[in-house]
Design a protein around this ligand. Structure first.
Ligand SMILES: NC(=O)c1ccc[n+]([C@@H]2O[C@H](COP(=O)([O-])OP(=O)(O)OC[C@H]3O[C@@H](n4cnc5c(N)ncnc54)[C@H](O)[C@@H]3O)[C@@H](O)[C@H]2O)c1
Ligand SMILES: CC(C)[C@H](C(=O)O)[C@@H](O)C(=O)O
Ligand SMILES: [Mg+2]
Length: 346
């Protein structure tokens, strides 16, 4: 029996986690996937219950899981906590070695129809941001915060860059065979090394085309002509920013999932967005980000390709029938969307 650890977290996290689990439970019996789901406190709710965002029991459960699902963490309630929920998330990623964060942006017909961007610009958009997740300015030392001065350190080693590059090139091999490496090599030392290593790794993949793009112009091109991209590989902070920017293509963060992979441990699946405190508790969160994260889990951790396909096709039909949450311009509540999807899966 597979063990799935669920970390609902804070804000809309528990709302979309409940939605995702209900849908998963409706979908899987016919595929014979045998699993149990165990929930653990993580983030702000864990600070409330145990005093720390990543309790030892939660980390241990994640280390022993076959797959991990995360809702979202954080919120204004914990902004002055000695250790914030976000710090717990970074510790979880580091402890599990989750270095490769895969953030797909794929515009289906139904999402294309709802996007605020013109159809010609976004029809057929299908790219993946491969974000390095355990290095860069998020983790570099030293760091300090004093009254008159603050310091962060951006640090990358050659082997960290090689590892994420190989991941990106291997993904590109299964797709349109094009990698766009995004950096700031005109200014930053880490980006100069990044570009050098990208060129080196590219030699191992002669069938894949490599191009380089500076991050500032990449940010513009992502909206101006998103169809040109296949696999974008970039460092931690740039990947964080560009992936939220990419949500302008479907028009909402509420549909973008992610998967994070390590060399040894199980993978973690989570929406790219946060705990959305502005809509938490209103039953209006879009659960698709979580549902698509579950579909990534079915494919990547459990090799349940047909189940994932059925789930995505059912989502498409439900949206086409007019069930859309507020962020997509509709009036459907989170629970109504889940009900409609469950009916569709019956
Ligand atoms: N992985 C994570 O858990 C994660 C990721 C990003 C941010 N955060 C944390 O979340 C908190 C809030 O951050 P923020 O407000 O800057 O970003 P956010 O991603 O939570 O929200 C940004 C905007 O998108 C909307 N939105 C996000 N998800 C949605 C959904 N599923 N359906 C409909 N609308 C949705 C929100 O309502 C908000 O208007 C912060 O504490 C931040 O650190 C956590
Ligand atoms: C909450 C925060 C630490 C996190 C990040 O910056 O990685 C989030 O923005 C994300 O994209 O998962
Ligand atoms: Mg982010």
């Amino acid at each position: 029996m597979k063990k799935i650890v669920a970390l609902p977290g804070d804000g809309i996290g528990p709302e979309i986690m409940d939605a995702g689990i209900q849908v998963l439970n409706q979908l899987t019996p016919k595929y014979g996937l045998d699993y149990k789901i165990e929930r653990y406190d993580f983030g702000g709710c864990a600070i409330d219950s145990t005093g720390t965002p990543l309790p030892k029991t939660t980390l241990k459960a994640c280390q022993e899981a076959d797959a991990i699902l995360l809702g979202a963490i954080g919120g204004p309630k914990w902004s002055n906590a000695p250790k914030r929920p976000e710090q717990g998330l970074l510790e979880l990623r580091k402890n599990l070695g989750l270095f490769a964060n895969i953030r797909p942006v794929k515009i289906s017909k139904s999402l294309e129809a709802l996007s605020p961007l013109k159809s010609e610009r976004i029809r057929g958009v299908d790219f993946i941001i491969v974000r390095e997740l355990t290095g860069g300015i998020y983790f570099g030392e030293p760091r300090e915060l004093k009254k008159e001065r603050a310091l962060d350190t951006c640090l990358y080693t050659r082997s960290e860059i090689q590892r994420i590059m190989r991941q990106a090139f291997n993904i590109a091999r299964t797709r349109k065979k094009k990698v766009t490496s995004v950096d700031k090599a005109n200014v930053l030392a880490t980006s100069k090394l990044w570009r050098e290593v990208a060129e080196e790794v590219a030699k191992e993949f002669p069938d894949v085309k490599l191009e380089h793009q500076l991050v500032d112009s990449a940010a513009m091109l992502l909206i101006q002509n998103p169809k040109q991209f296949d696999v974008i590989v970039t460092e931690n902070l740039f990947g964080d920013i560009l992936s939220d920017e990419a949500s302008v293509i479907p028009g909402t963060l509420g549909v973008l999932p992610s998967a994070s992979h390590s060399e040894k441990n199980s993978s973690l699946y989570e929406p790219i967005h946060g705990s959305a405190p502005d809509i938490a508790g209103k039953n209006s969160a879009n659960p698709l980000s979580m549902i698509f994260s579950i579909s990534m889990m079915l494919r990547e951790s459990f090799k349940e390709y047909s189940a994932a396909e059925e789930l995505e096709a059912a989502c498409e039909r439900v949206i086409e029938k007019g069930y859309t949450t507020k962020d997509l311009g509709g009036k459907t509540t989170t629970t109504e969307f889940v009900q409609a999807l469950i009916e569709e899966l019956k």
